[in-house]
Ligand binder design. Structure first.
Ligand SMILES: C[S@@+](CC[C@H](N)C(=O)[O-])C[C@H]1O[C@@H](n2cnc3c(N)ncnc32)[C@H](O)[C@@H]1O
Length: 283
């Protein structure tokens, strides 16, 4: 079987199973199965695909046809130019979450700051900040131990493992054993914010494959954001930053939590013009 024949057969199977970008996905999966790049693959259209690569390729095509996200099949996702290991144990980092990092970097000094990342998942926020801020120390929490294992590997992969403590527990609670009150310079978070009633409206591959704890959490977004805001107020120093990602139409509710004791700094929109990242300062 030649490259173009393998691609055509895969495309047909992916199309039959309603995969949205069948051609692109087939090319990415074949390139990975052959240990080459997509552009090199396309330059060698008539090369033969050896038997073992062919088997690996079509087993990946079958996984994709069942709706498994490409990132989980490949085991990685890029975030701010860095590659992160992902598996179904963690939420796949999204481009809109990069705005959380941008909002933090806009206002943080490049000094020895103490930062917390709440609900770290793959560790994409904590690791990205640690890479850009070489003197920062970070505490990253998650309820999910399997997620923390992946986050630790991602930190090691990017050479920042010694500056990030990955802690299992609820919101900022685990940080209390490490730091006294008022000692954090910033808290960043992309918490679970999908309502249980919104779950059925999500894309099938998100709903069926990404961790429910990452999507809806275990208590509902209104209560989770309220607890996060009040815990952050205790842990941040005066002037410290709280930067949180929010879901569609949550701006009013979340900004409403930032009354007494906070100065609202702004709400950044994502590339679709949706209010996505709320930044506030503890007064
Ligand atoms: C939407 S994911 C975000 C993951 C990562 N920060 C990102 O942006 O890709 C939310 C994460 O919060 C974790 N989580 C849910 N409820 C939590 C809680 N009460 N305390 C700590 N982490 C929680 C989930 O396990 C999940 O890893």
């Amino acid at each position: 079987m030649q490259v173009f024949e393998a691609l055509a057969a895969a495309c047909e199977e992916l199309t039959r199973n309603s995969v949205v970008n069948p051609r692109v996905d087939a090319e990415i999966l074949l390139a990975r199965s052959l240990g080459t790049t997509r552009s090199a693959l396309l330059a060698h259209y008539r090369d033969a695909v050896d038997e073992s690569s062919r088997q690996v390729f079509f087993s990946r095509v079958r996984e994709r046809s069942r709706g498994k996200p490409l990132q989980y099949i490949l085991g990685q996702q890029e975030f701010r130019g860095l590659l992160f290991e992902v598996s179904p144990a963690v939420f796949i980092p999204r481009p809109e979450t990069e705005f959380v990092v941008e909002a933090a970097l806009e206002r943080l000094e490049n000094g020895s700051v103490n930062l917390a990342d709440v609900g770290t998942g793959s560790g994409c926020l904590a690791v990205s900040l640690a890479v850009v801020l070489p003197r920062a120390k970070l505490w990253a929490t998650d309820l999910s131990e399997p997620a923390l294992e992946i986050a630790r590997r991602n930190a090691a992969r990017h050479g920042v493992g010694s500056r990030i403590s990955f802690l299992q527990g609820n919101l900022l609670q685990p940080v209390a054993s490490w730091l006294g009150e008022g000692q954090l310079d910033a808290v960043v978070s992309n918490p679970p914010y999908v309502g249980p009633d919104e779950l059925s409206g999500l894309q099938k591959e998100v709903r069926d494959w990404e961790p429910r704890l990452a999507l809806v959490g275990d208590e509902g977004a209104p209560s989770l954001y309220a607890r996060l805001v009040s815990q952050a107020h205790v842990r941040l120093r005066p002037g410290g930053l709280l930067i949180v990602e929010i879901g569609y139409s949550m701006q009013e509710a979340v900004c409403g939590l930032l009354g007494h004791g906070w100065e609202l700094l702004g709400v950044a929109e994502d590339l679709n013009g949706i209010p996505r990242v709320v930044s506030a300062r503890r007064v």
